[in-house]
Design a protein around this ligand. Structure first.
Ligand code: ZN
Length: 177
């Protein structure tokens, strides 16, 4: 950050009074620009034991497969974000069941939250951010072509839990490669 988004003046990266971490502080108006991790919310959505996956039409990871997921918007709940992202990327209507995996990715300042859910009907299509969308059986999941490690982690845990017939909640961390 170079300029204050309140007044347009230059900012300095300094530790404000009574704070412990450096922040971008406006040299003119003194506004402190806090930056915090961003929450990415997605869903493992099933239809008849198949899982809804999207092939990305955008960077990063263009052409790779992912679970429907995206940055949470202001003014919505996490469950609403999962429903919205699944509709945007896969044009599918889902019922959210329960939170399933929470993945901290501290080095990129993100937290990924995946729900479990079900399609209301076998109706889906590629949204604007997807090249294609598919309902895949476990043996069809393209493990080598998954877009993100959090997605792979979530799918591994999901399939393991499903095999045991008991879904838990999984908290995990991913670090730099
Ligand atoms: Zn300012």
């Amino acid at each position: 950050m170079q300029y204050c988004n309140r007044c347009g003046s230059g900012v300095s990266f300094v530790i404000p009074t009574r704070d412990s971490l450096p922040r971008h502080v406006c040299n003119a108006c003194g506004h402190i620009h806090y930056e915090n991790p961003r929450l990415v919310v997605g869903c493992v959505a099933e239809w008849e034991n198949r899982i809804l996956l999207c092939r990305r039409a955008i960077e990063p990871r263009y052409g790779f497969w992912t679970l429907p997921a995206g940055f949470m918007e202001n003014g919505e709940t996490t469950a609403q974000a999962a429903v919205r992202e699944t509709h945007e990327e896969a044009r599918a209507q889902i019922l959210v069941d329960a939170p399933f995996a929470l993945v901290s990715i501290a080095h990129i300042n993100q937290v990924h939250l995946f729900y479990r859910g079900r399609l209301k009907e076998a109706d889906y299509a590629a949204g604007d951010e997807s090249l294609e969308v598919a309902l895949l059986a476990p043996e069809e999941i393209p493990w080598e072509s998954l877009a993100f490690r959090s997605v792979a982690l979530c799918l591994e845990r999901y399939l393991a839990d499903r095999k045991e017939g008991n879904f838990g909640f999984h908290e995990a961390q991913l670090g730099p490669l």
